[in-house]
Design a protein around this ligand. Structure first.
Ligand code: ADP
Ligand code: MG
Length: 254
């Protein structure tokens, strides 16, 4: 069986998805799905179009309600929570198309994403501003945009826009970050940089990435989950998964 199954009960997972099913008018886009994500892990979900990958992320972030099953994030049952509560619990999600404020600068995009809920004390305004600026600069460096803080976001390259959106999530310091096809449309050089970025940010969080680019998957994945018809077809290291006859068959048949 898979590595995850061996260690069930032996330790706490950041994310434990069990028996998850969602039915759209009788069609089970996700069908009795179980998988487990570790602390500091980069998990990549692959699978043919329509396999249910995006729907899994929709279920975890509360955008779609599960028909049955459980999603536990640090012990909290997410299926019973609203979208904003899930964000507040520490789950960040990036959609396929970057949603940034094109008219604002890189700095402003990061600044407005900084969580302000905890800073309600007027007297600390100055300190808060310093804190925000430092955080924005730290994140900008991480996402390769340190020298472009003043640039209008709409003028960035497609890849830079993707990084900016990742930065807007990072500044909220999520424990689990989910990215849907983050390198689609990126150049080879940008893909390499994105792989480096993902390795950097998993020092203190877990990441789930949906991706088609197999070179990129090899560069980043700790473990790979192959989805097919809403179920796990195969799971393990990239090495193991890509030689699994079931996976080979599904991809060749596609
Ligand atoms: P993937 O991301 O793996 O390509 P999706 O998760 O987007 O696949 O979709 C899985 C299947 O579920 C597809 O057949 C899709 O048409 C269907 N589906 C997804 N969302 C909905 C929805 N809200 N209503 C009905 N069907 C949906
Ligand atoms: Mg998808």
């Amino acid at each position: 069986m898979t590595i995850s199954n061996v260690s069930i009960g032996a330790k706490d997972f950041v994310l434990a998805v069990e028996g998850l099913t969602v039915s759209f008018d009788g069609f089970k886009a996700v069908n009795d799905l179980s998988f487990y994500v570790d602390e500091n892990e980069i998990r990549v979900i692959i699978g043919p179009n329509g396999a249910g990958k995006t729907t899994v992320l929709d279920l975890i972030c509360g955008r779609t309600k599960a028909t049955t099953g459980s999603i536990k994030f640090r012990g909290k049952e997410l299926t019973k929570m609203k979208e904003h509560q899930i964000v507040h619990a520490g789950v960040g999600r990036k959609f396929q198309n970057p949603s940034i404020y094109e008219d604002l600068s890189v700095f402003e995009n990061l600044e407005i994403s900084y969580p302000r809920g905890r800073n309600v004390w007027g007297a600390l305004t100055f300190k808060r501003d310093r804190e925000v600026i430092e955080k924005v600069e730290e994140i900008a460096e991480m996402i390769f945009l340190k020298d472009l803080l003043g640039k209008e976001a709409g003028l960035l390259s497609h890849g830079q826009k993707q990084w900016l959106e990742i930065g807007m999530l990072l500044i909220q310091n999520p424990d689990l970050l989910m990215l849907d096809e983050p390198v689609a449309g990126m150049s080879v050089a940008e893909r390499k940089q994105t792989a480096e970025l993902l390795h950097r940010i998993t020092k203190n969080r877990s990441v789930i990435v949906i991706e088609h680019d197999m070179q990129f998957v090899e560069d980043i994945a700790d473990r790979v989950t192959v989805l097919h018809q809403g179920k796990v077809l195969s799971e393990g290291s990239m090495e193991r998964v890509k030689t699994d006859p079931k996976v080979v068959e599904v991809y060749l048949g596609h």
